[in-house]
Design a protein around this ligand. Structure first.
Ligand SMILES: Cc1cc2nc3c(=O)[nH]c(=O)nc-3n(C[C@H](O)[C@H](O)[C@H](O)COP(=O)(O)O)c2cc1C
Length: 207
């Protein structure tokens, strides 16, 4: 791989979309939203800092209540940092997540100016969506991890009490499903969704 391939922000790659060809939009949303999916397989390829920063930049522009921007990103990308993260991810997730070259713990500040911010989790969810979609546009894969020890993570990363811990995001270039442990191989495919009309309540629950 040339140096420029390692450092350039990649143009939209087909890799993620190819894995998601089985998905169909009911109402013509942009393929960006439909084709993003969370593979457990990561390639043995580093993510250039420029690319990582561009992905986090997308999250920076997420909307938030009062523009408080409650999100914070604890990033692990060198061997020592990754090893620390691996120590609090549950074994069933670590089996695949250990291959990810970047792990990002999403936090949110639960208060602003000494007052509780009721929208901190909602807003940080928007930031996560921006990360996932920008990564997908660059041809990178993300998979969120809720299965980790939050007490241990808080302690090991010295996270202050006024931050809530959300998911760890595994980030990297998509890898080969064939190289995953056997138990994940059949499950490593794009999932479906329930029909949209089961999620819409027109007008209100009372009809
Ligand atoms: C908050 C959150 C926590 C998750 N935790 C895990 C997890 O611990 N392990 C895992 O393999 N996947 C986890 N996932 C991935 C979801 O299972 C996945 O996003 C969902 O099945 C939809 O699939 P898709 O992202 O491929 O569309 C998590 C996703 C989110 C948003």
């Amino acid at each position: 791989m040339s140096q420029s391939e390692l450092t350039a922000v990649p143009t939209p790659a087909k890799a993620a979309a190819e894995g998601a060809l089985s998905r169909k939009a009911e109402h013509g949303a942009d393929p960006l939203f439909v084709n993003r999916w969370s593979s457990r397989a990561f390639a043995d390829r580093p993510v250039a800092e420029e690319t990582l920063l561009a992905i986090l930049e997308a999250a920076r522009w997420a909307p938030s209540s009062n523009n408080f921007q409650p999100w914070r990103f604890v990033v692990a990308r060198d061997a020592e940092q990754l090893e620390r993260f691996h120590s609090f991810i549950v074994p069933g997730n670590l089996e695949w997540a250990a291959q990810a070259p970047v792990l990002i713990l999403l936090l949110s500040s639960v208060e602003e100016d000494g007052k509780p911010n009721g929208a901190h989790a909602f807003d940080t969810g928007a930031a996560w969506a921006a990360i996932a979609l920008q990564a997908s546009l660059f041809g990178l894969n993300t998979r969120a991890i809720g299965g980790y020890d939050r007490v241990k993570a808080r302690e090991l990363l010295s996270i202050p009490a006024n931050f809530e811990l959300h998911a760890v995001i595994a980030l990297g270039y998509p890898g080969s499903t064939e190289l995953l442990p056997d138990k994940f191989k059949d499950r490593n495919v794009p999932s479906g969704r329930r029909p949209l009309d089961e999620s819409i309540i027109w007008g209100g629950f009372s009809g």
